[in-house]
Design a protein around this ligand. Sequence first.
Ligand code: FES
Length: 198
Amino acid sequence: MTVNVEWKTAEGGHTGLVADGTCLLDAARRHGIALPTECGGRGECDTCAVAVEAGAALLSAPTEAERVRLGAERLAAGERLACQAKAERAGDLVLRPVPQAAREETTEETARDFKEEFKRLPLRKKLATLAGLEAEMAYETLVRAVDLPFELMGKGLDLIAGRGRRLSQADRTRAKPAAEPTRPPTPGSDPGHEGPAI
Ligand code: FES
């Protein structure tokens, strides 16, 4: 038995056949439709969500992962996770990948958006942004996400390090007990020694 799948994507339509029992993610791959799969198809994100426009009755029952990730409202609106739902009965299925705006961004998408935004900032704001990121992003993530020229990244990191040093200097000053007044050395005493050796 075969299932006829029609994909409606932003780029246009695509139709293909799959055997019953095929999960929608595999169907998409076979038909050349690239669905994002941030969790690797384990049902732990919602990046592979598709809206079922026709043929919902041909699909397997929603899994626990779909109930958790999509919730009752999105399931009722006809959304399914492509990595979880299977085309189980022959017939015609019409599917539309859920656009990014309607679901949570993937990490990659967030990094890409950040990178684009960052490129448009003037230099002063770029450095201020870097300084603000010190507590939130590890160095490697920052380099990967921002793709800065080396000198600029060096400047930004100097700035971050300087701010960190100033902060810890301030912390140390706050935590330090008040210093005792220094006594002038008595004649004949060793200035490096504060008292008699015991
Ligand atoms: S790929 Fe993450 S839920 Fe399907």
